[in-house]
Design a protein around this ligand. Structure first.
Ligand SMILES: NC(=O)c1ccc[n+]([C@@H]2O[C@H](COP(=O)([O-])OP(=O)(O)OC[C@H]3O[C@@H](n4cnc5c(N)ncnc54)[C@H](O)[C@@H]3O)[C@@H](O)[C@H]2O)c1
Ligand SMILES: O=c1ccn([C@@H]2O[C@H](COP(=O)(O)OP(=O)(O)O[C@H]3O[C@H](CO)[C@H](O)[C@H](O)[C@H]3O)[C@@H](O)[C@H]2O)c(=O)[nH]1
Length: 330
């Protein structure tokens, strides 16, 4: 038996592949390399270059490799791009997920783990946000992911497939052993961007909005270490294999940090005082997104091990220095 990791050449997927191999799993990666890197996939995994929406290819993989679980990371992830190209986002995130799910049902794959997002909540009324909060996405990206959650729920009612949808909050950091990290060119995520500034890969950073209704006026987010996140997937895989019911779980720590606090942490940990400009708000940024983080611990027994902002930042910086030195997957 093997597991299929779609998007396994990407930032989070490449960490997942290492974690699965470390746990003794046979791993097949399917990735079209649109934003991922072939070099991010270790030789110990089988790599197939192709599209998740290619049913003939996916059907062949599921059969040939006797896949018992699909971990579906492949997707398009930039919120502002989803506003200018909604059909592209519904195509890649929703239509291709539907096609993958149909292949899973045809092949009788029993377990499915889906990369969802806190963006399904939109601008929630309460913080921390529990899974009971009504999903009201404010971007096509969030809607495209919520539609896939809906398809999963309906599919699991109709067929013998069980799933865990994990709603990630803000994923950051890199493999503590330095084997992989985020190599995405033109990245937009705060910790990645600030780390680039700290190592001199960009001149400085902009802070988008200082007039939010938060203690220091900047947005608050719940940053989760990518290694803790992929370990939650491993816990979800064990849970499904042990017969666990389909469920939707937040993936965050339940601790919020403002943009100013994150920038201070990057400056402190790196020892570099890079230039920072304060500019207008970025459209579509909710002021405060912090996970209600209890359910995932109760259901999966997940225990975060890297729940510390300076640790996350330290690992992000180490990966950025690695890329700067020309040894990264980019
Ligand atoms: N990074 C975050 O903070 C965050 C937060 C919430 C949810 N997510 C979700 O996690 C998943 C992984 O995100 P990431 O940050 O690693 O992004 P990423 O862009 O690094 O990885 C996505 C991977 O999927 C591949 N891919 C895209 N479309 C494909 C297709 N049609 N067929 C085959 N491969 C395809 C890309 O080449 C890439 O390797 C995404 O589904 C994303 O929506 C990420
Ligand atoms: O250069 C930057 C980059 C970001 N920010 C601010 O930092 C905060 C975090 O922004 P990110 O771009 O790092 O992350 P987002 O919260 O916008 O979104 C991320 O987390 C979401 C869930 O919380 C979704 O999953 C989404 O896919 C993922 O990109 C926001 O207030 C943003 O305005 C800046 O001030 N300057």
């Amino acid at each position: 038996m093997s597991v299929l990791v779609t998007g396994g050449a990407g930032y989070i997927g490449s960490h997942m592949v290492l974690e699965l191999i470390g746990a003794g799993e046979d791993v097949v990666v399917l990735d079209n390399l649109s934003t991922g890197f072939r070099s991010a996939v270790p030789d110990t995994a089988t790599f197939v270059e192709g599209n998740v929406g290619d049913s003939a290819l996916v059907g062949r993989i599921l059969k040939e490799h006797d896949i018992d679980a699909i971990l579906h990371f492949a997707g398009s992830i930039v919120v502002p791009d989803s506003i200018t190209d909604p059909l592209g986002y519904y195509g890649n995130n929703t239509c291709n997920s539907r096609s993958l799910l149909a292949c899973a049902v045809d092949a009788g794959v029993p377990h499915f783990i889906f990369s969802s997002t806190a963006a399904v909540y939109g601008e929630p009324e309460r913080s921390p946000i529990t899974e009971e909060a009504p999903p009201r996405p404010i971007s096509p990206y969030g809607s495209s992911k919520l539609m896939t959650e809906t398809m999963l729920a309906d599919t699991a009612r109709a067929y013998p497939l069980r799933y865990v949808a994990l709603r990630y909050f803000n994923v950051a950091g890199a493999d503590p052993a330095g084997r992989t990290g985020q190599s995405t060119p033109r990245a937009t995520h705060l910790i990645k961007v600030a780390s680039e500034a700290a190592v001199g890969s960009r001149p400085g950073i902009d802070i988008f909005g200082t007039d939010y209704q938060t203690p220091d006026g900047t947005c608050i987010r719940d940053y989760i270490h990518v290694t803790d996140l992929v370990r939650a997937h491993l816990d979800a895989l064990r849970y499904l294999r042990a017969g666990g019911e389909s469920t939707v779980l937040n993936c965050g720590y339940g601790n919020g940090f403002s943009v100013f606090e994150v920038v201070d942490a990057v400056k402190r940990v790196s020892g570099v005082d890079f230039p920072v400009r304060t500019v207008e708000r970025r459209p579509g940024d909710p002021p405060d997104l912090v996970a209600g983080a209890g359910r995932i611990r109760d259901v999966l027994g997940w225990e975060p091990q890297l729940n510390d902002l300076d640790t996350i930042v330290g690992h992000a910086l180490a990966w950025e220095r690695h890329l700067k030195g020309g040894r990264g997957t980019a």
